[in-house]
Structures are given as C-alpha cells and as structure tokens.
Design a binder for this molecule. Structure first.
Ligand code: FA5
Length: 350
C-alpha cells in the first residue's frame, strides 16, 4: 500500500510540473483531491488493513494530501505571476504624442449628483460632513440598534479587516459620531442637528444592473424638539425636485430598519423607462432610492440625546442610483467602469 502512495505522488509530481495553465491545475486538484478523487479513494482501501497498518497508511495518505495541496497552491501562484508578467510585457509603450482620449477631463456623474444634493441641503441649513470609510462594528451596527447576530446584518455583509474593523456598508455608520459631535449645541444652545454625510459604501453582494459592491449613499439626519414625519417628507420632496429640476413622482412604503421607527422606503418613478419596467428598475417601474424614517429612541440614546425630549428623522439616499436616474445610465456597473469615453458623454459640459 505504501508503495502505491509513492507511485501516486510520483505521477502527481510529473503532472503538476508539466501543467501549463490554471485549468489543468484545477483538473488535477479534482482528479486527486476531489470527493471522488484518487486520494480519497485510497482511504477506502484502508478497511482491509490491520490496526497498525491503518495508522501508518493513514499518516502517509494525509501527508500526500497536504503535499498535493501545497504543490497546487505553489503552481497556481507561479502561473499567476507568469500571467501578470505576460500582460505587462504585452502592454504597448506609453506614447506621449498620441492624441488624448478626451479633450479635457470632467467630473464623475456621482460627484456631480453629490455636489447637487450638498448644494440643496446646504441651502436648507444642513452641514455637510465627511466620514471614514473604515469604521468599527459599533458604529456600523451596534450603535444603530443592530446587535451581534441580528438578522438585519445579513443584508449588509461587507469586507472585514483583520483587526475587526470593516468597510462601512451604509453611511448610517456616521450617525453616532454626528450626534455626539452636535449634541452639546442641541442641548445647550437649542441648535437643531441638521447634517448630511455622503460616502462610499461597500457590500459583499452579487452585482447586477442596479447593484454594485461599491456604491455611494448620502445620509441625512435632523434632530430637534417636535420633528415629525411631515418634516421628513418635505425635505425629501424639496431635494428631489431641486436635483431633477422637475416634479418627481414618489411613493412611500413601510420599510424595516432597526435604527428607525417607523421606517419607510421612498421610491421614485423609474426615469429610464418612465415607469413601464426595465432592467434598471427590475421591471417594477419604481426604483428604491431613499429609505428613511424617524430615528429610533435607542439610537438617539446611544448618541447621548434624550429621546423623551428630542425626535428626529434620518434618510439614506442612494447617490449612485440617483446619478443613474439623472443621467439615464442603464447599468450601474458603467459608473465604476473607468471608461472615460462612456462617462464623459454625461458630464463633459459640467
Ligand atoms: C440602508 O443602507 C440604510 N442605512 C438607509 C437608511 C438610512 C434607512 C437612514 C433609514 C434611515 P439600504 O440597504 O436599503 O438601506 O440602502 C439604501 C440605498 O442605497 C438603497 O435604496 C439604494 O439606493 C442604495 N443601495 C443599496 N445597496 C446598493 C447596491 N448594492 N448598489 C447600489 N446602490 C445600493
């Protein structure tokens, strides 16, 4: 039996040495380590061995398995390095005399929409805040009434750093810091908190015409005495009609977010298809643009604000989707494509 293990190792070594692409390596992995692979098959032969033989044979097979695994990883790394080298060598030399792709640069559609929104909110007395893209679990979830293992986390799987921090999955992650920054002025000087905070968000999710793993949101909060849903609706409508420079049809549906109560989904009529249904709006005629609601008392408390005395609203505007609607961009992936020719057609004159 031990002879068999040696022979297998020899034949694997020969095969992996002559493998010239990653597909061949993958086939070898399946052939040797797959569920029905040769190494797994060896273990089935063990039943005919005595106790001592079983032990020694089992050790040999495990060693073979780990040697094959290591050899596969090393081969893949080697092939990948070669592929990168090939790509670099095949790049044409940079020609400084070549005509430019564009006569002049332009702002990205998302930058334009973000600036537009900032302008509108500033004119209504909101401050514009900047916030980190790397945040703590507390900021992104716990301070927002989403404790560990809460099912709402499933919808916002994101990318984690080794130190436990994460790339923020929502701009709501800045809420707690904003409340703490302005609570003193609210309580001691009766200055309402009115802030918007745009930012890049990240989610570990499959992409399609209206979902990206990296996208932009703009969060807004207002906290004062006697703030109600009417204030929320007023600000949302004003902002949308200013950005689109025309009346936009919106609808409000109940929505659940642990950090607002009650919570809503604000949808706008799809401007790509005019409401008939298309891939950008998942054939529904409506595009989910801005979830919102009244800030949950626990969230205010976590920010050091007494929910018995103060109330507020919060919204999380999907800036990327807003840019799609404003510029008629049918597929969200075009926005991150880096294709200047394609992007500049929307923004060249801005
Ligand atoms: C949120 O992220 C909440 N933080 C919003 C919120 C804030 C609710 C304040 C209540 C109060 P949601 O996961 O639905 O909610 O995302 C908000 C918006 O971001 C969506 O309506 C959509 O416009 C945009 N968005 C979400 N995921 C993606 C994605 N993968 N690609 C592009 N846009 C996205």
């Amino acid at each position: 039996m031990l002879e068999k293990v040696k022979e297998l190792k020899q034949s694997f070594d020969n095969a992996i040495q002559s493998a010239v692409d990653t597909q061949i390596v993958e086939n070898l992995r399946i052939e040797y380590l797959g569920k029905k692979g040769i190494v797994t098959g060896l273990l089935k032969d063990m039943k005919n061995l005595s106790g001592d033989e079983k032990k020694s044979f089992g050790q040999q097979v495990n060693q073979l398995k780990s040697e094959i695994t290591d050899a596969i990883s090393a081969k893949l790394a080697q092939l990948q390095a070669k592929a990168v080298e090939r790509e670099i060598n095949s790049m044409p030399d940079f020609d400084v005399s070549a005509p430019p792709v564009l006569e002049r640069g332009s702002f990205h559609p998302i930058t334009l929409v973000q600036r537009d929104c900032e302008r509108v909110f500033r004119s209504m007395g909101f401050t514009v805040e900047d916030y980190s893209e790397i945040v703590t679990d507390y900021e992104c979830f716990e301070a927002l009434n989403i404790p560990k293992f809460h099912p709402a986390r499933d919808m916002q799987d994101t990318y984690y750093l080794e130190n436990g921090q994460l790339l923020k999955s929502q701009t709501s992650a800045a809420q707690n810091a904003i409340y703490k920054k302005y609570r003193k002025a609210l309580i001691e000087e009766s200055k309402p908190i009115k802030a918007v905070f745009p930012g890049r968000c990240f989610r570990n999710e499959a992409t399609d015409a209206c979902h990206e793993n990296t996208f932009f949101q703009m969060e807004g909060v207002m906290v004062d005495k006697n703030i109600s849903i009417s204030n929320l609706i007023f600000f949302m409508k004003t902002m949308l009609s200013e950005v689109f420079k025309k009346d936009i049809k919106v609808r409000l549906r109940p929505g659940f977010f642990p950090f607002v109560e009650p919570g809503f989904e604000l949808d706008i009529n799809c401007l790509i298809c005019g409401g008939d249904g298309c891939p950008s709006c998942k054939q529904s005629g409506w595009l989910e643009l801005c979830p919102c609601g009244m800030i949950h008392p626990e969230v205010l408390k976590a920010g050091g604000i007494d929910p018995e005395e103060y109330t507020g609203f919060a919204f999380g505007l999907g800036l990327t989707r807003l840019a799609m609607m404003k510029y008629g961009i049918k597929d969200i992936r075009d926005l991150n494509s880096g294709n200047l020719k394609s992007l500049s057609q929307f923004t060249q004159d801005k």
